[in-house]
Design a binder for this molecule. Structure first.
Ligand SMILES: C[S@@+](CC[C@H](N)C(=O)[O-])C[C@H]1O[C@@H](n2cnc3c(N)ncnc32)[C@H](O)[C@@H]1O
Length: 195
């Protein structure tokens, strides 16, 4: 990553923390993922050579900038989905400010609807960073849309382990996935499609 993009991301992350600090209501917080988690997922994108990455839960676009930079290297594209219009707008502004907007599309939509509309075996890597109780309901859709060797990366798997217990168990019971918890940042649960 070049120095100017790293500086842009550092500044955006710092401003996100300052925004969130006084807010008691978590839904009002931007809740950007940690740089370490975003960096790990970016590494997975580059190692996989992902053509299509789908992020559910854009917020103001912090992690999307990381992933757009990674798909710039792989020649792929990022779709990132956010239910709140003002956040989707902020993400578009930030992706443009970071110089990576050409590699990303921000959808103001519900992630479940975007998953349902995606074609079979069309997504190489899905990042889940939205409302954790909804994830078990995504599993059938994820199985359908992921390519062979497709990856699911779920943030907050250590910080909110209890909320992810059910989803993690579903993935671990499923022979179609090889699952590993990466204790990086707030914890990134990774599942690779093997069947
Ligand atoms: C933890 S934040 C995402 C942080 C972002 N990935 C980052 O690192 O900058 C979760 C976001 O998901 C959005 N969200 C919640 N449910 C959603 C859904 N079903 N589809 C799309 N976005 C959703 C919320 O509005 C919120 O902005």
């Amino acid at each position: 990553m070049d120095a100017s993009l790293a500086a842009y991301l550092n500044d955006l992350h710092r401003r996100g923390r300052e925004h969130d600090a006084p807010l008691a209501d978590r839904l009002l917080r931007l809740r950007n993922m940690t740089p370490d988690a975003a960096g790990l997922i970016s590494l997975l994108i580059r190692a996989q050579g992902s053509s299509h990455v789908l992020e559910i839960g854009t917020s103001n676009g912090y992690s999307a900038i990381w992933f757009a930079d990674a798909v710039r290297d792989t020649g792929g594209r990022l779709t990132t989905v956010e239910t709140l219009a003002d956040r989707a707008d902020a993400a578009r502004r930030h992706l443009a400010g970071a110089g990576v907007a050409a590699h990303a599309e921000v959808l103001h939509a519900d992630g479940a609807d975007v998953l349902a509309a995606a074609g079979d075996a069309t997504v190489d890597l899905v990042v889940l960073d939205a409302e954790r109780p909804a994830y078990p309901g995504y599993l059938e859709l994820l199985r359908r849309v992921l390519t062979p060797r497709g990856v699911i990366a779920v943030d907050n798997a250590v910080s909110h382990a209890a909320q992810l217990e059910g989803f993690r168990a579903l993935l671990e019971e499923d022979d179609a996935f090889a699952v590993h918890l990466q204790p990086v940042g707030d914890g990134v649960l990774t599942a690779v499609r093997v069947g």
